[in-house]
Design a protein around this ligand. Sequence first.
Ligand SMILES: [Zn+2]
Length: 425
Amino acid sequence: MGYQYDTLIYNVRIASMQNNGLPYGELPSHAIALKDGKIAALIPCDNSLSEVLKQAKNVLDATTLISQDEDEGEDEGANAKHPWLLPGFIDCHTHLVYGGNRAEEFEMRLQGASYVDIAQRGGGIKGTVEKTRCADERTLRNTAIKRAKRLCEEGVTTIEVKSGYGLDLDTEARMLRVAKSLEQHLPVSIQTTYLGAHALPNEFTEDPDGYIDFICNQALPYIASQNLADAVDVFCETIGFSTSQTERVFSSAQKHGLPIKAHVEQLSDSKGAVLAAKYGALSVDHIEYLADSDIPLLAQSGTVAVLLPGAFYYLSEVQKPPVNALRAHNVPMAIATDFNPGSSPLASILTAMNMSCVLFQLTPEEALRGATVHAASALGLQDRGIIDVGRLADFTLWDVETPAELAYCINGHRPIAVYKEGKHV
Ligand SMILES: [Zn+2]
């Protein structure tokens, strides 16, 4: 007779991220049962456990993963030495496929060079576009694997990756293929986003609307027909694309059945968030300059606010996103690294969580929900981000006393185990 469960892990405290009235959606002293890559059952560790253990092919007592201190124990209660189990982290906003890097530029800037000097020497986003266009698929893949690996080491099991450093169709398609191929090399799911409207390529310097025509009439139809992207994104900003240009891309994305996301209100209140809400965007990202009065529209459209403290830090920004007003209107807040070569070379979701607490005054619980359940919503994924029956068995185990430690420390923790779709990786 077959087993009811493939794997059963017991003696864990689960930070389920469900809304069960307890901090972190805690399920104290539980067992988690896995079947076919999904969570099949969540069972309290009580007297009935011994019967349940017989129904699983593989059984793991999670307390054996951490070194037990002999002096303490009994009187600390049943939970004292149980590892915490959390949903796998979801980094819902990255640009981690690109050619070259900007370390030299960083050096130049700190030696006093101006942005104009750097641009004249081929730096900035145009430099990254140049290097990405020149990079073949293999080179792009190898560097992207290294970057994504850093995230995976911290328990990230889903990563969103945007294009946007090719701008021409060939390179954009190559970036999206490379991004998706990371799934073959690392235990991670990849969600791809077409961000053609990231910057204006040199070929269109005199004709920004012509570039939008190219995106809507050529690039987007091709990308949609080849299933290269799960969503479409636009950099709506004074130094990016106007709201009317942004709207054309949104409307084209909608026509091709692709959900939208948007970089908005990072440097100015351009009303990109209002437009994104009108199109039912999955998320609005950055939003430092978002007006409080526009927040009810996000609440109505079910749009997630994605906070990117890495870029805020790296650009020495001082305008903070309107966290209190977002909270007051129950707009879900997600946290992501925005991993990119220019404004956020941040290969750490845990550091992004810490920064969201220190710089934006999120609570550790908000930060953890931001990198799990709300990050899943920012990608339109209903099958992950919380620990519940029927969801993907993507989760991590941690040797900590409380989940708050993960947001409190900088580079203090790594998971003691990571499971991706039911498999220990
Ligand atoms: Zn970004």
